[in-house]
Design a protein around this ligand. Structure first.
Ligand SMILES: [Mn+2]
Length: 304
């Protein structure tokens, strides 16, 4: 199988989050040697450095959103950077940063798919559904809204990034590991028809069957985007996130999830988000994220 050429794009901001610190995520992943670890697997890895954007002004919500102009500015930068890498035939890895940045990266993957006639599938690995809107959000933090915005349910500054509204249809998403959904959000995800494999589903049928279902229909024409929110993982192994929710996938379940994605050979873009070194211990969560990303790129115990 041809090894992809990988571009690392640091996006050092916590502009959409409810706690400060995800802005340090890109550097923590570099300290955990994400570039060397992928290069050692034989991948052509280039670190493009960090994108730049406005500082976090740490203001209360305005009309249901916190920091909307700043979130839009960061996401426009992410969109252009991710799209440029895809156009060059490279696999962009967005080192977040908080999860609002997936608006920029996934709208870029969607635009690339339109240009190349590919089908998009997004695996959203997360404890949360991230499908809030300004009217139901308890906090106004936009990292709780990217899925809704990508599906066209949000402010024009965000839904229009990438030139097409909505950027994607809800059918492209498969959400995995979900265990915290706000009250109003439950109704919204049901109305949108989002496919959600919550922790109860994983408990009942196991990670293997869950991933078979989530990857069903992925074929040679599919662009597979993985949006990996580190809070997907159980907090006992991954304390370095702002919004821990207990009862997440174990180390082995997470490895299997990543390995089964790698087996498809269709991974084409990746977000690593919500890593928050301010909550971490000795960078263990960054190291774990890098271990899992190695598996996502095909590292396995045996020749399979
Ligand atoms: Mn998230």
């Amino acid at each position: 199988m041809q090894r992809p050429a990988v571009s690392l794009i640091g996006v050092p901001t916590d502009i959409g989050a409810g706690h400060r610190g995800a802005s340090m995520g890109p550097e923590a992943l570099r300290v955990a040697q994400i570039d060397q670890r992928l290069a050692r697997m034989g991948l052509d890895v280039r670190d493009r450095g960090n994108l730049h954007g406005p500082f976090n002004p740490w203001q209360p919500p305005h009309a249901g959103y916190r920091h909307l102009p700043e979130v839009a500015e960061w996401n426009r930068a992410v969109h252009e950077a991710v799209h440029a890498e895809l156009r060059e035939g490279r696999l962009p890895v967005m080192l977040g940063g908080d999860h609002c940045l997936a608006i920029g990266s996934i709208s870029a993957a969607a635009r690339h798919c339109r240009e190349r006639g590919k089908k998009l599938r997004v695996l959203w690995l997360d404890a949360h559904a991230d499908s809030n809107t300004s009217t139901i959000t308890p906090s106004g933090n936009i990292h709780g809204m990217p899925v809704a915005c990508l599906c066209g349910n949000g402010p024009a500054e965000l839904t229009g990034i990438g030139g097409r509204t909505p950027a994607v249809a809800p059918e492209v998403f498969r959400q995995i590991g979900i265990r915290s959904v706000d009250e109003g959000e439950k109704r919204l995800v049901r109305e949108a028809g989002l496919v959600i494999y919550d922790m109860r589903h994983i408990d009942e049928v196991g990670m293997r069957r869950t991933m078979e279902e989530a990857l069903d229909g992925v074929d040679a024409d599919t662009h597979l985007h993985v949006s990996f929110d580190v809070d997907f993982l159980d907090p006992s192994i991954a304390p370095g996130v702002g919004t821990t929710v207990r009862g997440g996938p174990t180390y082995r379940e997470s490895q299997l999830c990543m390995e089964m994605i790698a087996d498809t050979g269709r991974l084409a873009s990746l977000d690593i988000v919500e890593l928050n070194p301010a909550f971490d211990k000795r960078n263990q969560t960054a190291k774990l994220a890098v271990d899992l990303v190695e598996s996502l790129f095909g590292k396995s115990t045996l020749i399979r």
